[in-house]
Design a protein around this ligand. Sequence first.
Ligand code: 4AD
Ligand code: MG
Length: 464
Amino acid sequence: ISRTKIVDLLKRTDFGATVNVKGWVRTRRGSKQVNFIALNDGSTINNVQIVVDLANFDEEMLKLITTGACLSVNGNLAESVGSGQAVEVLATGIEVLGACDNTYPLQKKGHSLEFLREVAHLRPRTNTFGAVFRIRHHMAIAIHQFFHDRGFFYFHTPIITASDCEGAGQMFQVTTMNLYDLKKDENGSIDYDNDFFGKQASLTVSGQLEGELAAMSLGSIYTFGPTFRAENSNTPRHLAEFWMIEPEVAFNEIEDNMQLAEDFIKYCIQWALDNCMDDIKFLNDMFDKELIERLKFVLSNGFVRLPYTEGVKILEEAVANGRKFEFPVYWGADLASEHERYLVEEHFKSPVILTDYPKEIKSFYMKQNEDGKTVRAMDVLFPKIGEIIGGSQREEDYEKLTRRAKEMGVPEKDIWWYLDTRRFGTAPHAGFGLGFERLLLFVTGMSNIRDVIPFPRTPRNADF
Ligand code: 4AD
Ligand code: MG
């Protein structure tokens, strides 16, 4: 008999059929005559109940059926009376594929998320992380489906790069040199001539610049890949390695970009509600009683669109009325997450797209406004998360772009290939980046970004 996944087994009604299930023991309980084993194979959050008439089985084998052990069970499908499931399996044969001793860390139910981070190699076997990682999969599929349906091409940008897109100076270096080979030139800077790439190379902080090249040839593209930032910030919303989705669209302006971002996020949330409800319900009941409500609320309302200058006015008024913030608010300030969340959670009670930021706090490639002070940036701000998307219309004018790059200290020799797009048939275009794990925080209701990626990379944490 071939194996049936539990997710499929639980839907069957051909009672009496002979079936095989394989999975890991979650719990075992019962009397001296009959035992009930909750078996899970990861295909669904639901376990299947295995009913074992002890008299029919070898005692030594039965001893090995402990929490965490892996079993292959043959049996008959039966309608269940009491297990909370429609079906159960009356075991006729049990093989212990892998025994599990009592040093297994997931013995008792109800471990803290902090503890589970220390056993990241095993935590996908818990209900919580099973749910989160199944949702993570479904969100990746939703993303590809959304763009594919709209005629976007999935474009692969390099992970190793010599360009620093965001200009934030927080890149991981890629080198084959060891300490002995490090040579400094007369200015005291490291001489990379003999290194693998013959120049300083890093892990990418964004695929945007290469994505723009693709938009200027394929029209509408998106990237979806790992991104690296060596920012030393230990927060519940930052990872050193995260996944980013970056659409880039020729002929789009900032308004189109905002609409694309709103449609995109709503599509992903709707997909989660349509495809992951068992898992979302579990997380809702376990951690965040307002999760489902919040997901539905975001779907039912348009995102507020607001210029940065207006946003700062609202924040300044709040301060004048006695609202305390840790960081100061003034025109020109880079808003902190407490400010973003004030606008979203307290003032508008809606997702907000903040636009037209001061050019000093944004990257060199953003399209400059007529006022000479602001750029056509857009950040999408979300409840519980703060910034979930950052994007902009791009500066398509060669002169303005090179001037701004110079002002911001981006060497022309590093981005000559990028500047070429503005020399050879330039066009208006726009794009944005969505942090995949930030989206997952929102969809799962988890509160720490370390809990929505299988192996989080944060300062001092690259063990497994
Ligand atoms: O706002 P950011 O830095 O924008 C860019 O990188 C642009 N090049 C995107 C573009 O226009 N194509 O990053 C985009 C998003 C943020 O809004 C946030 O959701 C996520 O990436 N992000 C992080 N997520 C987890 N950990 C970090 N350290 C992150 N830094 C940014
Ligand atoms: Mg940003």
